[in-house]
Design a protein around this ligand. Structure first.
Ligand code: ASP
Length: 341
């Protein structure tokens, strides 16, 4: 029996058409292009249904409401399909891929997010390969995870980051090996794939709302006054992009501001600006000073995952102490905390 895949088409370059102002999503255009590809009806391909979102979005325009819409869409079609493909713009794909694992509880089927750097309508494009590969993985590999599939890599969604604005291998997961590689064969690294949930109940969606959370990147000479403005209400959570293994300037005004904010219950999570590696605030006095001010470690989480996780936890109206504890705990494979770390 042919497998069945549900395609949630949210927008993005993959289905865009060239207009005077540049590429933009045009309703129906992707489906028209897909209908010209004989390979999509080949017997080795799954059957598919495609739902086009209204409006189609450039992913730069997406908000947590759109993440929720995708999660609810997958959940409400969950029983009728073998796997799910989410067609999405690349710009914020890593954020959506980071958020969905927290929202989609109990999935036992693959949810594969993909897109393209060049639209399907262009003669030379990466859209065709990415679409076909994502459909094949969604149909044939029982990976119970939200994954991001792009170019030659299949990545855990909440470990993925966009690393190249132009290249076809535009995503990577620097702190976690790829779940699979796409070459002559599609090879899955099953040892790394999360075990399927044992729960037999229906898949549930945990809501995600826009929350008063933000990201702030440290830089040499960052003025304490600007940071203190960011830390004021309504802010409830901050991902602080620090240097190296979690260090920051020992500026009295800055540290005073962090201390006052954490004392008020603002959750400040320390993630490194480095592409790769983990935070360890015990290594240097400059990191210990942040810990002393109440900043907690984000370990090896990507900024995208830390932000999505914080928005998710605040959406659940949990008290700051519980949010702090959960931010430092691996919930969905987004964080590795070494023993004693
Ligand atoms: N701006 C586009 C988007 O994120 C880029 C892309 O899809 O590659 O929707």
């Amino acid at each position: 029996m042919r497998k069945k895949v549900y395609i949630a088409y949210t927008g993005g370059t993959i289905g865009m058409q060239k207009a005077e102002q540049g590429y933009k999503p045009v309703p129906g255009h992707l489906q028209t292009m897909m209908s010209t590809l004989p390979e999509l009806t080949h017997s080795t391909m799954p059957l598919y249904d495609i739902r086009e979102y209204k409006p189609l979005l450039d992913s730069s325009n997406m908000t947590p409401d759109d993440w929720l819409k995708i999660a609810q869409d997958v959940a409400s079609n969950y029983d009728s399909y073998d796997g799910f493909v989410v067609l999405h713009g690349t710009d914020t794909m890593a954020y959506t891929a980071s958020a969905l694992p927290f929202m989609l509880q109990g999935i036992q089927k693959p949810v594969i997010i993909t897109g393209a750097q060049i639209p399907l309508c262009e003669v030379r494009n990466d859209a065709r390969e990415n679409l076909i590969t994502a459909m094949l993985i969604a149909a044939n590999f029982a990976i119970p995870e939200v994954c991001l599939c792009f170019g030659s890599k299949l990545l855990r969604g909440n470990r993925a980051v966009k690393v190249d604005a132009e290249g076809f291998d535009a995503f990577d997961s620097p702190n976690f090996p790829a779940l699979g590689t796409v070459g002559i064969e599609i090879k899955i690294n099953w040892d790394l794939v999360k075990p399927a949930s044992k729960r037999t109940e229906a898949v549930t969606v945990r809501a995600m709302r826009e929350s008063p959370v933000a990201v702030l990147r440290l830089f040499p000479g960052i003025p304490a006054g600007i940071v203190n403005n960011v830390l004021q209400p309504p802010l409830k959570g901050l991902v602080l992009e620090s240097y190296g293994v979690g260090n920051g300037p020992q500026d009295v005004g800055l540290l005073k501001g962090f201390k006052a904010a954490t004392a008020r219950g603002v959750v400040i999570v320390n993630c490194t600006q480095c592409f790769k590696g983990s935070v360890n605030m015990e290594d240097y006095a400059t990191g210990a000073a942040l810990a002393e001010a109440g900043v907690i470690s984000g370990y090896d989480m990507t900024v995208e995952a830390a932000l999505a996780k914080m928005a998710y936890l605040f959406s659940r109206n949990l008290p700051p102490e519980v949010i702090k504890e959960k931010m430092q705990t691996d919930l969905q494979g987004e964080l590795t905390r070494l023993p004693g770390g």
